[in-house]
Design a protein around this ligand. Structure first.
Ligand code: ADP
Ligand code: ADP
Ligand code: ZN
Length: 218
């Protein structure tokens, strides 16, 4: 099983992925998480990616395509994988199709989370992330039990630099220009499952759960 989570920054992809991975035992592949780890560890990849990420631009396709190609061939992906934040350009989508042909697998569905723009801005500017385990919170919509402390591991929560208002606006523009065209690309392949992402976290989860359960039962 291969599921892609598609949607603008702040749509709730990471939040839903956390729950889906528990429910369905997928391997979780978030290119954003992989890149942030590389930046933190100052690896070659991280040094190449940092300036793009800080300014809200996409990192070059070849960097992310290589990451995903390697990751998809790791043994845990055999039982199924959930892709979050990839593909994000037409070139990445084409590269993914090529990879999948090589490893003999295919995309089961592309889950599109649709959320209104004003809601996206509120979600992103209030987002907090655990510095230890990466869990996602929101100051208002999904607060931790203790202020700035992760419920799951006790780690400190922080605000991502790219969640500042100006960078958020830039990222939403980048999404519209570079990623939104993928919606039609996957719709034409009859792979798109459209989800109303404006609803609360539980309701969105139920919608996605129903889509995946339906695929499993086919
Ligand atoms: P969000 O969860 O807010 O959508 P991500 O964590 O997925 O953001 O991505 C953070 C940043 O990492 C992006 O702004 C971009 O610079 C980089 N990035 C992540 N995935 C990709 C990708 N598939 N292609 C290019 N850049 C990416
Ligand atoms: P993405 O990975 O798509 O960028 P996240 O999952 O990180 O999005 O969610 C962005 C922010 O919005 C986080 O602070 C998260 O807690 C919050 N959030 C996610 N889903 C919802 C929802 N359905 N309703 C309200 N807030 C949400
Ligand atoms: Zn944590």
């Amino acid at each position: 099983m291969l599921i892609i989570l598609l949607g603008p920054p702040g749509a709730g992809k990471g939040t839903q992925a956390e729950r889906l991975v528990k429910e369905f035992a997928f391997a979780y592949i978030s290119t954003g998480d992989i890149l942030r780890k590389a930046v933190k560890e100052k690896t070659i990849l991280g040094r190449k990616a940092q300036d793009y990420m800080d300014s809200g631009q996409l990192v070059p396709d070849d960097l992310v395509v290589d990451i995903v190609k390697e990751r998809l061939q790791e043994p845990d992906c055999q039982k199924g994988a959930l892709l979050d934040g990839f593909p994000r350009t037409f070139a990445q989508a084409v590269a993914l199709d090529k990879m999948l042909l090589m490893i003999g697998t295919k995309i089961d569905t592309v889950v599109l989370l649709e959320v209104d723009e004003s809601e996206l801005i509120d979600r992103l500017t209030g987002r907090r992330v655990c510095s230890n385990c990466g869990a996602n919170y929101h100051m208002k919509f999904n607060p931790p039990k203790v202020r700035n402390v992760c419920d799951k591991c006790g780690g400190d929560l922080f605000q991502r630099d790219d969640d500042a208002l100006e960078t958020v606006k830039e990222r939403l523009e980048v999404y519209k220009k570079q990623t939104e065209p993928l919606i039609d690309f996957y719709r034409e392949k009859d792979l798109l499952s459209v989800i109303d992402g404006n609803k609360d976290i539980e309701d969105v989860f139920k919608q996605i759960d129903a889509v995946i359960t339906d695929i499993e039962e086919r």
